[in-house]
Design a protein around this ligand. Sequence first.
Ligand code: MEV
Length: 318
Amino acid sequence: MPAIISKAPGKTILFGEHAVVYGCPAIAVPIEAVQVKVTILPVIKGSQSIIKIRNFQRFEDIPFADLEKNNPIRVPIENIFSQIGGKPPLFEMTISSTIPIAAGLGSSAALAVAITKGVSQFLGIQLSLDKINSLALQSEIIQHGSPSGIDNSVIAIGKPIYFLKNSPIVIIEIPNSLNLILGDTGKRTLTRNVVQEVRHFLDTEPTIVQPILEKIGKITDNGLNALRSGNLEEVGELMTQNHKALKELKVSSPDLDRLVDSAMKNGALGAKLCGGGKGGYMVTLCESNTLEKISVGLKSAGAENLIQTSINASLSKE
Ligand code: MEV
């Protein structure tokens, strides 16, 4: 039997993180420059299933049976196993990922999507995109508590999306390519914790927080129009407005603000933190002739890593 290979990209949020948890819209795009890769083989000789982790951060072999109940690798595998009757076959799964963990780029959702796709193929189960997405969301709920579902959706679909909880997902057609640079603060934070802090802020200061969430929702809707009409100056301006609103929500950090300021000083169209915030990566929209200057500026402002990528207009076509 040939090896099953399944991949899933990272993601970044252009508009609407945090507000999306409370029923506002958000816009996200897949980041193909980083990915999770899962390879699955049947175990012919041997008596147990093995997970081989081959990351730049981790390199180890673990018996599947030794993974804890809520382990982010175990959960999506068992979700698929529960779809079949009887005992699942023994397998050897190799996982490698270039998506930094706890950095706002969707590493846990990509892991869940890649495993869900790979294991279902391994077992010969045909799953619709919707089903893959909802199984990945179940894993995300165990990892994150109350995720909006935007991360698993954009990663499962692999196209730019406009996302509103409990509504059909809209694929956004973008007429011109987007040049993005993602800059790493080098700090790592758990989305679950930052989401909890925002919830606490909302519960204790609703008259302050509710208007910020509404403002982010309006920025996102304007961002959708600007993206669809190819007005990249407007997209950038709205991204920077979104960053200011996220600062008011207290999810930015001095490192994120410094990288955002540096990108803007060097001619970016817009810049903002992305994902949970308080650390991790920021994202900046650039014209192609400013990429070099902005990259050099981000490095000297302390960015520990840069991911330069482009969201191609063709990606958003059905
Ligand atoms: C995380 O990528 C985005 C947040 O809005 C959380 C969520 O939507 O689940 C912070």
